[in-house]
Design a protein around this ligand. Sequence first.
Ligand SMILES: Cc1ncc(COP(=O)(O)O)c(C=O)c1O
Length: 326
Amino acid sequence: MVYGEYIQEPAVQLTKLLAQHLPSNINTTYLTNSGTEAIEGALKLARRFTGRSQIIAAKKAYHGNTMGAMSVADFKERKHPFLPLIPDVKFITFNNVLELELITKKTACVILETIQGGAGFITPKNEYLARVQQRCNAVGALLILDEIQPGIGRTGRLFGFQNYKCSPDIVVMGKGLGGGMPIGAFSASKKIMDSLKDKPKLGHITTFGGNPVIAAAALATLKEILTSNIITQTLDKERLIKQELSHPLITEIRGQGLMLAAIMPTAEIVNQVILKAQKRGLILFWLLFEAKAIRITPPLTISNEDLIKGCNIITDILDEINSDTL
Ligand SMILES: Cc1ncc(COP(=O)(O)O)c(C=O)c1O
């Protein structure tokens, strides 16, 4: 069980099912304990496969909190106390194709969130991901997409990148894959993944990654999501939220599916809404880099009735704030 010398059935079934639903070349999956560990594995894999060290990440990215994941996240205040982090990391601006020239033959990989979460649920525009992929292909760099938030149905497709005509070299998953149990995973072609096999042997080691109880939970979650209408309902629920959340203090709703951010005129209003909502039984949250956003990421199984109730709580609070300031 410990280092994968013995193959256990739940992990095999889970990784087979994932392979059936990932692009056909991405047929091999390594299971980890968390999203951040999966990011570490993906970065190590890209360096090992290409023999290059440079990593390109996006400004305002978040990929987790271990040293490698923090190195490719862009949050100076949080990183500073832990410096130095891993070297040879450069940052580009998400959605800016002019900066793609920074990806060169020195680049091992480009790592991006398919939809930038902490930055305010910024979706890729104008075939950005496909263009990053083209540039990576041209210089022999790998494209890693972090699907830890959009993955497993949240954007109306099983994987967020399926909305954007793009097929990465390495896909990283976590969060929703476990249905509440702790899991992470990174997937790639067998050819790429095989480079972790030797020199050194067992290029990534984990005691509990692929644990049969966790793998069984993830398998059950994935089967339920794939065989029910949860994914298609996600887009109906997005429409319902957008319709119910019409209010003069909401300037924009960003994101896709059930990964939405409601933008308010000030950070102060956001704070009030989140704290007051909590007292009324509604869980919202802040986003790391966008102080004017409230995060709306309910469970995919939320009922329409609960969604309407939640939206009403938000608009009631906004009405109160509006009348206080008049
Ligand atoms: C986009 C993204 N990547 C990576 C992670 C890290 O995952 P974990 O918290 O399971 O380590 C998170 C967690 O919030 C995330 O949102």
